[in-house]
Design a protein around this ligand. Structure first.
Ligand SMILES: Cc1cc2nc3c(=O)[nH]c(=O)nc-3n(C[C@H](O)[C@H](O)[C@H](O)COP(=O)(O)OP(=O)(O)OC[C@H]3O[C@@H](n4cnc5c(N)ncnc54)[C@H](O)[C@@H]3O)c2cc1C
Length: 277
């Protein structure tokens, strides 16, 4: 591993100032399950690492009926996996966290780290987008909120400026009767990145989000339009699943060919919608 400067700021202001000082050559550190591996393998360079774990107020996982679920930047995947409120109201997110790495990884990995790494195959992104999550961001110029759907700009790329940190994710409360599904498909059953991931949140406003089949997670909007306001039956499900496959833009890589991925989008979208009924 190359040498880097290391800081443990205790306020967001201090962290933002450090990130600004290094102008893109500094990396925030949360659980480190992505960052430290990438630094060690020299897949990424950092002149400076800014550990954000000593900043108070970002380790809260809370729910209220008006605001919904708030996931602070230091909340781990394991905490979400074991949260009864998350299981009851955000079951597809819990399903995604259960499939993220191993228990050891989940005990360190944060949900916010999963989104900030911006891997197209990251497990929590499809269910979070399907749940209409938004991201609270703090930087040198103040605070802003961005819909998670608009947060990603490419593989490993987000709208974050160099001096900005994500402080929390906010998920609105689900409408009564909402159904939520996340299905991950990989080459192995465990310790595997998704070859394809499909999340469906089904209520009056259906959302279908596809992971690992485009440079960022994407909404299958044509499929959603077909389904909105309709009663699900096998014919409609087949049409929507085909529309989702047509909307995907997969690449071929070591995990799967583009054709296989496209076909799996069709299969998994069909299965997810069938589970909704
Ligand atoms: C063995 C192994 C298995 C894995 N399996 C899976 C898997 O199945 N599915 C999956 O999706 N992922 C998997 N991962 C990847 C990883 O565990 C997740 O992406 C994890 O959620 C990252 O969180 P972290 O807190 O460890 O992030 P870190 O490594 O600390 O950070 C990740 C990135 O986000 C940035 N960052 C972190 N927090 C913030 C913040 N608050 N504001 C701005 N930027 C921030 C960091 O600078 C870095 O670029 C695996 C990793 C390992 C090592």
């Amino acid at each position: 591993m190359r040498r880097f400067e290391y800081f443990e700021p205790t306020t967001l202001g201090e962290a933002a100032a450090l990130l600004a000082r290094y102008g893109g050559r500094a990396q925030p550190l949360a659980g480190g399950t992505d960052l430290l591996v990438e630094l060690k393998e020299q897949l990424r360079r950092a002149e400076c690492v800014v550990n954000i774990k000593r900043i108070p107020g970002m380790d809260t996982l809370s729910y209220d009926e008006r605001e919904g679920l708030r996931i602070g930047a230091l909340v781990t995947a394991r905490e979400v996996e074991l949260s009864p409120i998350a299981l009851g109201k955000y079951s597809s997110l819990v399903q995604a966290t259960r499939e993220l790495g191993s228990i050891q990884v989940r005990n360190r990995a944060t949900i916010v780290g999963n989104i900030c790494r911006a891997s197209p195959s990251a497990d929590t992104l499809p269910p979070l987008i399907a749940d209409s999550a938004s991201v609270r961001i703090v930087g040198g110029k103040g605070e802003r909120t961005v819909r998670l759907e608009d947060f990603f700009t490419g593989p490993g790329k987000t709208v974050l400026a160099v001096d900005e940190l994500v402080t929390e994710l906010v998920l609105p409360p689900p409408l009564p009767g909402t159904r939520k599904i996340y299905i991950k498909h990989g080459r192995r059953k465990a310790m595997e990145l998704a070859t394809v991931g499909v999340a469906v949140t089904w209520n009056a406003d259906v959302k279908i989000v596809l992971g690992a089949v485009a440079p960022t997670p994407i909404r299958a909007r044509k499929a959603e339009d077909l389904l909105r306001g309709r009663t699900l039956d096998e014919k409609l499900i087949a049409q929507a699943a085909q529309a989702a496959a047509d909307e995907s833009r997969p690449i071929s890589n070591v995990r799967a060919s583009a054709d296989y991925r496209r076909e799996m989008v069709e299969v998994l979208t069909r299965r997810a919608l069938q589970r909704c009924i």
